[in-house]
Design a protein. Structure first.
Length: 256
């Protein structure tokens, strides 16, 4: 069905690459006007140009409260509303064990992955609640927010926090009578620049990639569009009775 998000305005953080860019492409193709933000200014501007149409790019640090205020104000000035927020910006793992990760590293993970998502939700609710339309917040968590590992002492807790933050936002909006849904998406190993960076950092990248693939019952890594289509569904009114949910897209990893 064409135009699944026609007329909507979507703000997508981390939109210069990976899952955020995949979601931006799919939503733009289905009729949404798109604002993408990222700390990668050159890559983000190039992504916006490639998307074409009425696409806006903003350089944006999601861990900064003032940067969020500027980004929201700029999108509202350009488009007049925001119907969809995709909190896709994040930093990855594995990060280390309880004996190897410093407090500074732990705080940085929380600042981007948790505080960034909190600030996004808070600002989105502020501008969405009075627009008289159906609205959706999509928070990108991870299967690492459902299960953990010995080298995920900060990444896994950060993604678990996103999972429960999502549910709290969903319940608040429902209780307040706002037409704002909030859901989390939990990918496993997706072939993105962030995951590839982790593979490249391994002493044997080829072996590392094969090791990841062996962990997936479907026998392959996911593609960005595998997550993008889930985000598109949650952004659209097709999911109008879905809120506070955790949508697992992991090739069967958590079924084991």
């Amino acid at each position: 069905m064409a135009g699944r998000v026609a007329g909507k305005v979507a703000l997508i953080t981390g939109g210069a690459s990976g899952l955020g860019l995949a979601a931006a492409r799919l939503m733009a193709a289905e009729g949404a006007r798109i604002a993408i933000t990222d700390v990668q200014a050159d890559r983000g501007a190039a992504a916006a140009r490639a998307l074409g149409g009425d696409t806006l790019f903003l350089e944006h640090d999601v861990s900064s409260e003032s940067s969020w205020t500027v980004a929201i104000d700029r999108v509202m000035e350009r488009f007049g509303k925001i119907n969809v927020l995709v909190n896709s910006a994040g930093i990855g793992g594995p990060d280390g064990s309880i004996e190897s990760v410093s407090l500074k590293q732990f705080k940085r993970m929380m600042a981007v992955n948790v505080e960034g998502t909190f600030l996004g939700c808070q600002n989105a609710v502020r501008v969405m609640k009075a627009n008289g339309e159906k609205n959706s917040i999509v928070n990108i968590s991870s299967v690492a927010g459902l299960v953990s590992g010995w080298q995920m002492v900060s990444y896994s807790p950060s993604k678990a926090a996103v999972r429960l933050l999502t549910k709290s936002v969903a319940l608040h909006c429902a209780r307040a009578g706002y037409d704002i849904r909030c859901n989390s998406v939990h990918p496993a190993f997706i072939d993105t620049p962030m995951v590839q960076g982790g593979i490249d950092a391994d002493p044997d990248p080829d072996k590392a990639r094969k090791r990841l693939i062996r962990m997936v019952p479907l026998g392959r890594m996911g593609e960005p569009d595998d997550i993008g289509y889930m985000i598109l569904y949650l952004a659209s009114d097709e999911s109008k009775f879905t809120t506070g949910a955790e949508m697992v897209v992991d090739g069967g990893c958590t079924a084991i």
